[in-house]
Write a protein that binds this ligand. Structure first.
Ligand code: COA
Length: 260
């Protein structure tokens, strides 16, 4: 599939999705959100794609937020719909994908940009990255899950301060907060993400999808994550990947997993 606002490129088990509106610092307009949904869906269904990496084009921004020009004159109803639709088709969708998603944060990740990075399974940042939820400076609050995922990732007090001050933190502070897992120079960002993807790809995609589901379950209201873990653990015993993984170990060879 071809897109107007994003690029999607498959190589060696990895689909790299690049948000490609550099003149607007990759701000997320409605069309870009829809295209991202389609690209993530396509990569997730593609049996060859074992890991998805998402990044922004240019050396300045991952995503500088939702496109402010699109919602500046919205009504109360339209504002609510914007958040609900965006969460359903992109942010919750990405978080719950069975294929691992790594955010390669290559510059500003603000507002919806940081919310998108936080929806991914984990984040790696370049040294020039700056992250924040500046919505209260615009008279609004984060609407793509930011008030929920930021406290989950960095703790309530830090999230309160970041959201109330609308300030930005740099890559090293984000590393100290646990918001990103690694910080590297910009030209090392995609190579490091690909290296991590390579390590992930050696393992069972089927088991990884179940691990994502179990981990996410612990953050969902009304769902007992331990119960989901028990069910998913049991289900692993009926998979070809489990047979291959355990047989390979006992035969002292590397496992060759059948795939997604
Ligand atoms: N929505 C729409 N357009 C945006 C945008 C956004 N979230 N962020 C940046 N842009 C546009 C700018 O309007 C500008 O467009 P123009 O050249 O047509 O005027 C272009 O991207 C470049 O941005 P600019 O502000 O000139 O770059 P800068 O280096 O001076 O500042 C930022 C960079 C990220 C600090 C600044 O762009 C910014 O504060 N953006 C908004 C961040 C925000 O509040 N996001 C949350 C939205 S809910």
């Amino acid at each position: 599939m071809t897109y107007d606002n994003i690029l999607s490129d498959y190589q060696n088990g990895i689909t790299t999705i690049t948000i490609n509106r550099p003149k607007k610092l990759n701000a997320l307009n409605k069309d870009t959100i829809r295209e991202l949904h389609n690209a993530f869906d396509e990569a997730n269904k593609d049996g060859d794609t074992k890991v998805i990496i998402i990044t922004g084009s240019g050396d300045k921004a991952f995503v500088a937020g939702a496109d402010i020009s699109e919602f500046a004159d919205f009504s109360v109803e339209e504002g609510g719909q914007l958040a609900a639709q965006g969460q359903a088709i992109l942010f919750d969708f990405v978080e719950n994908l069975g294929t691992p998603v790594i955010a390669a944060v290559n510059g500003f990740a603000l507002g919806g940009g940081l919310e998108l990075a936080m929806s991914c399974h984990f984040r790696v940042a370049s040294a020039n990255a700056k992250m924040g939820l500046p919505e209260t400076s615009l008279g609004v609050i984060p609407g793509y899950g930011g008030t929920q995922r930021l406290p989950q990732l960095i703790g309530k007090g830090r999230a309160m301060e970041m959201i109330m001050t609308a300030g930005m933190i740099d890559a090293n502070q984000a590393l100290g907060y646990g918001l990103v897992n690694h910080v590297v120079e910009q030209d090392e960002l995609l190579p490091l993400c690909e290296k991590i993807a390579g390590k992930i790809m050696r393992n069972s995609s089927v088991a990884i999808a179940k691990a994502i589901k179990s981990i996410n379950a612990g953050y969902k209201d009304g769902i007992n994550g331990f119960d989901i873990e028990i069910e998913s653990f049991g289900n692993c015993f009926g998979t070809e990947d489990f047979t291959e993984g355990t047989t390979a170990f006992l035969e002292k060879r590397k496992a060759d997993f059948p795939g997604k």
